[in-house]
Each structure stands twice: as structure tokens, then as C-alpha cells.
Design a protein around this ligand. Structure first.
Ligand code: ARG
Ligand code: ZN
Length: 470
């Protein structure tokens, strides 16, 4: 009697255990939720866990008259674990519907997280298609350092930029630089407008209701913060660099001076960079000059940097071009590695000057050490407010120590190993991580291996050291 009662009690537990065993071993593997962030040291909620994106197809229909955007994002990704749900980063705008593998999916939103629950769990290794339909008037974000990023409306148009987390204001995605993907961005705008994005223009078609669709194709992997969309009555010019790389540039009305300024040397700079750093990483190059005042900074949007107004300094054009190798092709693993972007792009400015009858990199280095503003008007900034590889917070990832302190680290390596090994290091680094991601630890290990020098003292004093090195 007692025995029978016991077995009756135990039966449901045994059944549950059996069910669980089947779930874990059979082909109906149960997924679990993907993480809502990648724990970036500065932007912990940026990006999402459990999958990697292969391709974004963004179809964006924009009307500059009312500022409304209709978007369809088709995201092709690979599950890295069984997934019962997964997240996309998305800010503002209204989600009209989500499908996964063509089937309606449930979704909900909290903050900048869009959680998608597919009708069926996704298996580890499965390649799956998510479609998000959305609409609304996109708004930019204000960054930790006070600058604006995301979808910004301009007189008669719009400019979309992303660094570091602004791309989530105009398309849902895995918005962290560690997940790079190919893109097809189609922008549909009223007739008479130009619409420019990354990569190559595949087609430009007019539809019956007087709208023009610009289909842009970026086959090389791109970090989402480097995606751009620029819409307005721009003047477009095309051409080729001396070695045959296609050029496509767009200049806002009123910024016509761009044509005769430092931007005119862009084709020559592309060739110079290829000589110094290795082959230009993308199929085309160019620039987008947006109305002055739209942004407080230029941005190295992939293949085609955005400039706020016609650039007046060669250094700025060289800087954004150099990012195509450092940042765009070789992207940071986390936002902590920003000095690898900005240190190299700043050092490229010094190298360009050195190669074109300006001051030498050694002279720039000394100028910053002594605060000599005759050589560089920024030489008296506090480049040691913090160590380049350890910005105190998200508001510091684009601050002077990352740029100038970062460039000084590179020059210190050059001083230690000599020109031949230094330039072999730079080219080897770019070639080894082409279209990929790299961290500060990857760089320091590579630099020592490639040059055969113990550089610990340089890292300790110049990269991580809190005190101003002597
Ligand atoms: N990466 C850009 C450049 O150096 C600057 C971006 C500044 N962004 C910001 N939020 N402060 O060309
Ligand atoms: Zn930069």
C-alpha cells in the first residue's frame, strides 16, 4: 500500500525526466533565448548573442517632405546555438511585422531591444531569414560624448551614420562591430533626389509613381556602424583612380568648393594608401559631402566617408581614407579597441605629411610631446588624460588620447624596430585581418611576433600607462 502510493507520486517526475532527455537528445532540440547584448565593455547591450549575420537586405523608402521612412530589413543569419528567441537592436520606429523563415513570429520591444520568438525553435548551425517591416520618422541618438548619430534630417533630405550605436535608429540588426556582414541597401526616393550608400550602385530605376530606387551593393563584410544612407539634391561625380578603382562621390548643394579642395586629391591618396598599407580593401571609393553643420565630425562610412561640409584640410581626407584599412577592413573586436582605428588613422596623417614635403612623423611625435602647436595646432591637447587602450567610459572612446596617444604608440614601435620592420608590420597586420576583426591583444602579440622585438616597455608606458611617459 505504502509502496504503491510512492510509485504513484514518482510517476510524473519520471515522465518529466524522460521528456527532458528526449528533448536534449532527439532531433527536436529545444532552443534557449539568445543573449540581449555582447557585453561590450562600453556598450554592454550593443549586439546580441546566439547568431551571426551573413547579409542584410535593407529596402528603405523615404519621403523627405514628411520625414517618413518605410523599411523592410531581411536579415540572413546563422544560429550559433539552439534559439527559442533572439534579439535585434532597434531604436524608435514602429515594427509592423516580423517573420522568420517566412512564418509570422511573435515579438516584443523593451528599450532598444527587439525580441523575436520564431514559430519554431532554430537549430544550432541553421541559416535563417528574418524579415522586419517597420515605419515611422527616425530620430538620431545623442551620444555619451554629446554628438549626434543615427538618422539625421537635413534641408530636403537625410544623412544616416552609425558610430558607435546609431545604426539601430534606421535598421534593426546585430549592432556591434564584431558581427560584420554583406549588405544590399536599396533607397527609394522621390524623382530628382540622389540616394547614396556604401558599395557599388547596381541599378537606378524609376517606378510609375515617380520614385527612383537606388540599389547599392556591398559584398565585403561591413560593421553596421559603417553603413550609411544619404538622400538629397546632391551633385554626383564618378571616375576612377589611376589604378582603376571606381569613384562615386556626392556633394550637397552649397558645398561645391569640395571639388577644388583637398578632396580633389582623393584618387591620389587611394593610390598612396595602397602603397603604404597594402591593396585598397574595397571595390570602390569616394566621398559624401553633406551640408556643413549636419554633423560635428566626419565618419569613415565604408568605401565612402561622410564629411560635414567641404573638407578644407588634406589631413581630414587622409584620415577618413586611412580608416578604410584601419577600422573598416580591420575592425575592432570591441569598442575598447578604438585606438586601433583612430591611432592608425591619425598616424596616416603624419605619414602623408612625411611623404609629401610636410613635417615628418618624428616631428609630429615631438610636437605632441612638447606641445608645439606650430607643427600641429592640436599638439597642446591633453593626449595623456587616459591611456589610449583604456578609455574611462563610453564618452571617451573618441577623445584625444585615443587619436594622438594612439598614433604615438605606433611611432614608438617604429622607433624601436626601424622603418623596414615597422612598415612590414603595418602591411602584415592589414593583410592578416583583412575584412575581419582584431583586438588590442591581437595587435600587441602580432607586433612582437612579426618584428621579433620585445615591446613590453612600449605597451606598459605608451598603451596602458596612466602617467605621461618620459
Ligand atoms: N570616427 C570618426 C573619425 O575619426 C569620428 C567619430 C566621432 N564620433 C563621436 N561620437 N564623437 O573620423
Ligand atoms: Zn578617425
Amino acid at each position: 500500500m505504502e509502496h504503491r502510493a510512492l510509485s504513484r507520486l514518482a510517476a510524473p517526475a519520471v515522465a518529466a525526466l524522460l521528456a527532458l532527455t528526449t528533448a536534449c537528445t532527439g532531433d527536436t532540440v529545444q532552443g534557449r533565448p539568445g543573449a540581449s547584448g555582447l557585453r561590450d565593455p562600453y556598450f554592454p547591450r550593443a549586439g546580441n548573442g546566439g547568431y551571426q549575420v551573413d547579409h542584410y537586405a535593407l529596402d528603405l523608402d523615404y519621403d523627405p517632405a514628411d520625414g517618413r521612412l518605410h523599411g523592410t530589413a531581411v536579415i540572413t543569419a546563422r544560429a550559433e546555438q539552439g534559439l527559442s528567441s533572439f534579439n535585434l537592436d532597434f531604436s524608435g520606429l514602429k515594427v509592423e511585422g516580423v517573420t522568420v523563415q517566412g512564418e509570422g513570429a511573435r515579438y516584443n520591444r523593451t528599450g532598444n531591444e527587439l525580441t523575436v520568438r520564431p514559430a519554431e525553435d532554430l537549430k544550432k548551425g541553421e541559416v535563417f531569414r528574418t524579415e522586419v517591416d517597420y515605419s515611422g520618422k527616425p530620430k538620431p541618438l545623442v551620444d555619451a560624448d554629446g554628438s549626434r548619430e543615427g538618422w539625421i534630417t537635413t534641408e530636403g533630405g537625410a544623412v544616416a551614420v552609425g558610430e558607435p550605436v546609431g545604426s539601430m535608429t534606421w535598421f534593426p540588426g546585430n549592432h556591434h562591430p564584431s558581427d560584420k556582414a554583406a549588405y544590399d541597401i536599396t533607397l527609394t526616393v522621390p524623382r530628382g533626389y540622389e540616394a547614396v550608400s556604401n558599395g557599388e550602385l547596381r541599378s537606378r530605376t524609376e517606378d510609375a509613381d515617380g520614385r527612383t530606387a537606388f540599389a547599392w551593393h556591398s559584398p565585403e563584410p561591413m560593421a553596421s556602424y559603417l553603413a550609411t544612407a544619404v538622400i538629397g539634391p546632391y551633385k554626383v561625380t564618378t571616375g576612377r583612380t589611376p589604378s582603376g578603382i571606381g569613384l562615386y562621390s556626392a556633394v550637397a548643394p552649397g558645398e561645391g568648393a569640395a571639388g577644388s579642395g583637398p578632396l580633389a586629391r582623393l584618387p591620389e591618396m587611394v593610390e598612396w594608401g595602397s602603397g603604404r598599407f597594402g591593396p585598397y580593401p574595397f571595390a570602390s571609393a569616394g566621398a559624401i559631402v553633406v551640408p556643413a553643420g549636419t554633423l560635428g565630425y566626419a565618419l569613415e562610412t565604408q568605401g565612402r566617408p561622410v564629411f560635414p561640409g567641404a573638407p578644407t584640410e588634406e589631413e581630414l581626407v587622409v584620415h577618413e581614407l586611412a580608416h578604410q584599412w584601419f577600422g573598416d577592413s580591420v575592425s575592432p573586436k570591441s569598442w575598447k579597441d578604438m585606438w586601433l582605428n583612430e591611432g592608425f588613422a591619425t598616424y596616416a596623417e603624419w605619414l602623408w605629411a612625411e611623404d609629401h614635403n610636410g613635417s615628418t612623423a618624428q616631428e609630429y611625435f615631438e610636437a605632441f610631446r612638447t606641445g608645439d602647436t606650430d607643427v600641429d595646432r592640436d599638439a597642446d591637447v591633453d593626449w595623456r588624460a587616459f591611456p589610449p587602450a583604456a578609455p574611462p567610459g563610453p564618452e571617451d572612446i573618441s577623445a584625444e588620447p585615443v587619436y594622438y596617444g594612439g598614433a604615438m604608440v605606433l611611432h614608438r614601435i617604429r622607433q624601436e624596430v626601424g622603418d623596414e620592420k615597422f612598415f612590414a608590420l603595418v602591411r602584415g597586420w592589414v593583410a592578416d585581418h583583412r575584412h575581419g576583426n582584431a583586438s588590442t591583444a591581437d595587435f600587441t602579440a602580432y607586433a612582437e611576433k612579426k618584428t621579433g622585438h620585445d615591446l613590453k616597455k612600449v605597451w606598459d608606458a605608451w598603451l596602458y600607462g596612466k602617467a605621461r611617459p618620459e
